[in-house]
Ligand binder design. Sequence first.
Ligand SMILES: Nc1ncnc2c1ncn2[C@@H]1O[C@H](COP(=O)(O)OP(=O)(O)OP(=O)(O)O)[C@@H](O)[C@H]1O
Ligand SMILES: [Mg+2]
Length: 351
Amino acid sequence: MPKKRSEKNRYLQIIEAMGEGVLLISRKHRIALANTSAETMLGMNKTVEGKRLEEIFSNGTLLEYVDAVFADGERKMFRISSYHDAIGEDAVVRGKGREKQYEFCITLLDDKYAVAMFSDVTMLERLEVVRQDFISNVSHELKTPLTAIAGFAETLAEESLTEEERKGFARIIQKNALHMQRIIADLLLLTSLDRSEIAPTMERTTDTRILQEVKAYTQYKASTKDIEVIYTSSDEAILCSESLVVQALINLVINAVSYSPQKSKVSVSTKRKGEMLEFIVSDRGYGIAEEDIPRIFERFYRVDKARSREDGGTGLGLSIVRHIAIIHKGTIKAESVLGEGSVFTLSLPVS
Ligand SMILES: Nc1ncnc2c1ncn2[C@@H]1O[C@H](COP(=O)(O)OP(=O)(O)OP(=O)(O)O)[C@@H](O)[C@H]1O
Ligand SMILES: [Mg+2]
């Protein structure tokens, strides 16, 4: 019956074209059919068919679910994770040390076969963890100043305060409110930078103009610690989003000042390197331990929480710098020696 055969072929083609992995499993756990997606996800090519499930999934959960589907005929949905879930050389290499998460749905076809559809949700699961961490970090960072505001406002409401005390409490409330405003402004900036489809408006400017702006915004902070910041520029032309680059350098300079002792020295200079222009911010401050360097660009990461918080830091500054580097197709690099100082290099294409 040619018509029937072509119909069967069409179904096989559809199964083959699916992004999800599809396995046809017999009651005795033998794999009667596997599509290419299934084989790719398991890290094998054309070797799965005919094998038993036990040979491929070391994780017993899957077998239990298959047996349960044959026993009660009800569809089962679940997630499994495993390290060495696949056979074959390729699979062993790819699976090594890397946990994979699969989302499975197993349905009974008839009394002989069940069909398992699965997809690799490793990435989704990781994003979910990142999202949860992010939310709990934000809540925590906002909770601290908010608790102070609520507490001092309550005290203010009491009448038995001297004028001096009343002013003092109002100032604390104001300081904490400003801190919350800054966190929110930073988060909004990060979110807008995250949407990389919105390219920043690029304009022609020079390193001299950029450094002038940076100086204007940071000199007050530097003066409070009696720190001299030396700016050296050479009128190099650059096509960039000036306001974002200024923002990135402000963050670097404020860090250099914050994490250095009183009367220390900070320098900001530029250097042309081929098609790139490097902005170099160096300090002779406390420095950063080697193991912390890869982490300081993460959101909310602070090496010394106590010291950073004294300064009202949230740990968002460097992740903003990193984002600004990325959307300009540039890079940010940190070098540091504990107790001696740090050098941050923001490298941006000139055009
Ligand atoms: N120049 C530096 N010298 C020593 N440590 C630094 C320097 N720059 C950054 N760090 C460390 O890296 C951490 C992360 O810096 P980042 O600028 O992202 O956050 P922050 O300064 O704590 O807060 P924010 O910048 O959001 O106010 C800081 O808490 C600090 O521990
Ligand atoms: Mg900072």
